[in-house]
Design a protein around this ligand. Structure first.
Ligand code: 0O2
Length: 267
């Protein structure tokens, strides 16, 4: 196939990857905007390279005429979570969406691969709009924890280096590292509630501070400058004390003051 033709075929996949990265990042933002913990930590994506498509087609005996149907990870999204529990939340989120249809799933979390690989894979059908009209594509979404991702990234590079001939002692090391990842994820799940609490209060505090600063900025445009400088000093004092309740109270008072000055309409 000519390079140009490959480009034409792969272009919609690049669009799908870009769109899905935006959409999953938006989910993270939505959680943060309401001061909640996001089950998604990070999102990345890629379109398989032509050489990797050719390699997979050859390995699996796929006729290149049908590679779009037979290779389901031409477009790949990787969602990284902090905890194993988050993976299942993300799976639910994906299943409830109307812009993608789940075609198949593989749970390598409960059924670890022989290599030690763990991840949750979902193949979805996803529509993109192109100059030629709507095109339905398959996208592979891999969902895994930070620890699983660390292991998979290292193992992937070693697989690439050794191809089919990975030395036995390295294979054994990887296998015991996979066990360590399993234990690490379990340990993290035990302290999950405490970690989430800490992260939630950090996000809530950051949101309050952002609100206060917006209020002060808006007041500066309409209120007496000396008064606003006093408010600002008061904010620094409360901030340094680090008492969240006092910050919340201060923010409510500022809201009222801003309303009085109709400053909020300037937001
Ligand atoms: P790349 O370079 O990431 O695109 P299979 O024939 O079982 O290997 P299949 O049937 O396409 O592959 O589906 P599967 O098992 O769900 O694997 C698809 C992708 O999962 C792989 O794509 C890898 O990204 C990842 N994966 C699966 N098994 C392993 C593993 O043992 N180690 C690591 N590091 N990743 C794995 P590609 O095309 O193989 O690779």
């Amino acid at each position: 196939m000519e390079i140009q033709l490959w480009r034409e075929i792969l272009d919609p996949y690049a669009l799908a990857v870009n769109e899905l990265i935006v959409k999953f990042n938006h989910i993270i933002e939505e959680y943060h905007h309401v001061g909640a913990y996001s089950p998604i930590e990070q999102v990345t994506g890629r379109v398989k390279t032509i050489s990797s498509i050719l390699e997979k087609a050859q390995k699996k005996g796929i006729d290149l005429e049908y590679f779009e149907e037979k290779i389901d990870d031409i477009a790949g999204i990787r969602i990284i979570c902090q905890f194993v529990e988050d993976i299942y939340k993300v799976v639910d989120i994906i299943k409830r969406r109307s812009d993608m249809r789940v075609k198949s799933e593989k749970n390598y979390i409960n059924n670890m691969k022989k290599s030690g690989y763990r991840s949750y894979h979902i193949i979805v059908a996803y529509n993109v709009e192109t100059l030629k009209g709507t095109k339905e594509l398959q996208v592979e979404i891999q969902i895994r924890t930070l620890a699983m991702n660390f292991w998979a990234t290292i193992e992937h590079s070693l697989q690439y280096k050794y191809k089919q001939n990975m030395p036995e002692h390295i294979r054994e090391r990887l296998s015991s590292a996979a066990e360590a990842v399993l234990i690490l994820d379990r340990e993290m799940s035990v302290v999950r509630d405490e970690i989430m609490d800490a992260q939630n209060s950090f996000t809530i505090k950051a949101n309050i501070v952002a609100d206060i600063l917006t209020n002060i900025q808006n007041l500066y445009k309409v209120a007496n400058k000396q008064e606003v400088i006093k408010i600002q000093d008061e904010f620094f004092r409360i901030y340094q004390n680090g008492d969240q309740e006092e910050l919340e109270r201060f923010n409510r008072e500022l809201d009222l003051l801003s309303q009085r000055y109709r400053a909020q309409s300037l937001r």
